[in-house]
Design a protein around this ligand. Structure first.
Ligand code: NAD
Ligand code: UDP
Length: 341
């Protein structure tokens, strides 16, 4: 059977570029749309080096409805994976309207185009952040979402999930898969793709990478007085290649979706910030400089995926370990010419 033609919005970004590789290697035709706000055009060269295929690229902003419509008029897509958006939590507090405009406004433009051009299958990059402050640290998809969300970024993800549900109700042809990512880390084993944000990093691993490169003197660990075994916060860190493969599984199954399906993509195992520091130090042979500082506002002590629904329905589960993620991160840094201090 002919495989879907897939449009990746945000496809030159961290998760999108890895997903492009996995989709191409699984035999899908992939096209990419991105405005290069937080990624570089060289991602296309690297996707081509890994797969031998250079996806068609549209430099388009999802806020530009006319430009989007031209892409859809040319593209004849079967499925859209919607990665494009802004994701810096602290920035979203300072610039909420920009976040609502890009993430929500952009998604509305995209859905309007999909409707206009008869494309009905969409996979959306949501986040564990929609669980807010869950009653249990182990998140199952049917927990309530949208309660006590700590920032506008999280609210955009929650609102988009709700918009997608409404669209699926209004138009039964729509098939929506919502993927709630936990904490993506790591890089492609080739060292050609990895996390390379254009702006100041906010997440733990990009900061660890900058400390290792000597660009930041030390990692500030936000609190060691949480109710966890070593006092530092616990998260579910998922290797980006496992995450990318989760998208391939979701594309394979999206034809069977009735209206909306939601999946957690995580490992099901939590690691503390201190364990991440140790894993990085073990892989790199350097003692990662760090200090304990006060808690970061809005942080939860522990958050972890229950990935069993994805395993049952998509036949997907993670295969790579934290040591694989650290090895691949270091290899990526080395390929970028970064010397570990
Ligand atoms: P990323 O910033 O590397 O990728 C997002 C891409 O979207 C970038 O290439 C950027 O240039 C593009 N983009 C931004 N604004 C755009 C616009 N107006 N028009 C067109 N393109 C635009 O981020 P990522 O880590 O690959 O995340 C991908 C998606 O997954 C995002 O929606 C993010 O919110 C979500 N997500 C990420 C994480 C994470 O920790 N990385 C966790 C949960 C969810
Ligand atoms: N963290 C930290 N120092 C940093 C950045 C993050 O101690 O400079 C901690 C943070 O408190 C959280 C974990 O690392 O417990 C993961 O944070 P990140 O921002 O990467 O993801 P999220 O909070 O969204 O799960």
């Amino acid at each position: 059977m002919k495989k879907d033609k897939v449009l990746l919005t945000g496809g030159t970004g961290f998760i999108g570029s890895h997903t492009a590789v996995e989709l191409i290697q699984a035999g899908y035709e992939v096209e990419i749309l991105d405005n290069l706000y937080n990624s570089k055009i060289t991602a296309l060269d690297n996707i081509e080096k890994i797969t031998g295929v250079r996806p068609k690229f549209y430099e388009v902003d999802i806020r530009d409805g006319d430009a989007l419509a031209k892409v859809f008029a040319e593209g004849n897509f079967d499925t859209v994976i919607h990665f494009a958006g802004l994701k810096a939590v602290a920035e979203s507090v300072e610039k909420p309207l920009t976040y609502y405009e890009v993430n929500i406004g952009g998604t509305i433009n995209l859905l309007e185009c999909m409707q206009e051009f008869g494309v009905h299958k969409i996979i959306f990059s949501s986040s564990a952040t929609v669980y807010g402050e869950p009653d249990s640290p182990l998140c199952v998809e049917n927990l309530p979402v949208g309660r006590n969300l700590a920032n506008p970024y999280g609210r955009t993800k929650y609102f988009i999930e709700e918009i997608l549900r409404d669209v699926a109700i209004s138009d039964p042809e729509f098939k929506v898969t919502i993927l709630r990512y936990f904490n993506p880390i790591g890089a492609h084993a080739s060292g050609l793709l990895g996390e390379d944000p254009n702006d100041k990093p906010n997440n733990l691993m990009p900061i660890v990478m900058k400390v290792a490169a000597g660009e930041i003197p030390e990692l500030s660990i936000f609190g060691n007085d949480y109710d966890t075994p070593d006092g530092t916060c616990i998260r579910d860190y998922i290797h980006v290649v496992d995450l990318a493969k989760g998208h391939v599984a979701a594309v394979e199954k999206i034809g069977d979706v009735e209206q909306v399906q939601v999946y957690n993509l995580g490992t099901g195992r939590g690691l503390s910030v201190m364990e991440i520091v140790k894993a990085f130090s073990k892989a790199s042979g350097m003692a990662l400089p760090h200090k304990i500082v006060g808690r970061r506002a809005g942080d939860l002590a522990a958050l972890c995926a229950d990935p069993s629904h994805a395993e049952e329905m998509l036949g997907w589960k993670t295969e790579l370990t934290i040591d694989d993620a650290m090895r691949d991160t270091l290899n990526y840094l080395e390929k970028q010419g970064v010397k570990i201090k």
